[in-house]
Ligand binder design. Sequence first.
Ligand SMILES: NC(=O)c1ccc[n+]([C@@H]2O[C@H](COP(=O)([O-])OP(=O)(O)OC[C@H]3O[C@@H](n4cnc5c(N)ncnc54)[C@H](O)[C@@H]3O)[C@@H](O)[C@H]2O)c1
Length: 356
Amino acid sequence: MPEGQKIRIAVNGYGVIGKRVAGAVARQQDMSMIGVSDVVTDWRARMVTKNGLSLFGATPEHVGAMRAAGLEVAGTLDELLGQVDVVVDCTPKHIAAKNIDLYRRRGLKFIVQGGEKHSTTGHSFVAESNCVSALDREATRVVSCNTTSIVRTLTALKRAGLLQRARGTLLRRATDPWESHESGIMNTLVPEPEIPSHQGPDAQTVDPGLDVVTMAVKVPETLAHLHYWSVQMTRPAGKEEVLDAFRTSSRIAFISMSEGLVALNAVKELMADLGRPHANLYEVALWADMLRVQDDELFYAYMVDNQAIVIPETIDAIRALIGELREGAESIAMTNAALGVGGSLIGAGVGEPVRR
Ligand SMILES: NC(=O)c1ccc[n+]([C@@H]2O[C@H](COP(=O)([O-])OP(=O)(O)OC[C@H]3O[C@@H](n4cnc5c(N)ncnc54)[C@H](O)[C@@H]3O)[C@@H](O)[C@H]2O)c1
């Protein structure tokens, strides 16, 4: 990038993830949000211009339909791509893979999200684990919400020399809140048909050295995922030592039952009260008071805001592909500062400050 020039970004797909990515890009000092592309013509597309962003249609036909619906449209996706350095594809599962030829023809760097396969880019990203291996690459995949949380937490234990193997049970939200009228489950629990569920193997696409097995069940709520983990440590350790290991991650926030954060809805309410956009919980919210150590075994639970956790990772992935910052920690610190991540959430030991 020429000295002083901001990284120019396009977001393709302004849905649950795309709108949060676009909002986060707009908060970064070294990035410029050039435009957003989509296919819809209703209120969702209207929010693009309402939020001060330029709207583009995925194809000339979509541009026509958007204009017919009275939307102000700046052009086609292809025209948008001619104005940017990086495109973040946030279209639904499997659509992004079909867009890759278009990005390559334009010689663009691109990011896909966790709905795509590892093979679409050959690199899967979680900032605190493997930011450096994404430097200067053409593309990467920001792994799914659950996988991001797994890699963040296990990387912290690994860094402290405590991780031998980890086994987790995931309670997965049934659908996203705004889509609750279209799908989801009620009055039942739906186990994933296979053990291991796909998240453990997916974590190994980021760090093949992780010994991790996951099992998952879909639950009838929409707020967030809840994980329960059982970890075999390399040696007996004290609770404080384990907490110190987690404290080395700026994206793991401690919460406590004793502070009244006793359920997913309470934590989400806290994020809203903190004034975060969309009540985003970017961190893994881990119950510090619930965590137990028994000799060399460790047990803990945490909450994953599936709609928000991958947003800081996506920002760091943009910087890694551009390659201006050579240290992952520098980008993580910039992203955290812009999004208000890290440090104490509300004091009183909740989301304690990072101690290195
Ligand atoms: N929703 C989550 O909790 C979550 C969490 C982590 C990762 N992801 C991943 O992020 C990606 C996006 O998921 P999402 O939940 O934001 O989806 P979404 O359905 O909420 O949003 C997708 C957006 O893309 C638009 N779109 C559809 N086809 C398009 C096309 N051809 N060109 C341009 N835009 C198009 C849709 O209109 C919509 O606005 C997927 O890979 C998903 O697996 C989702």
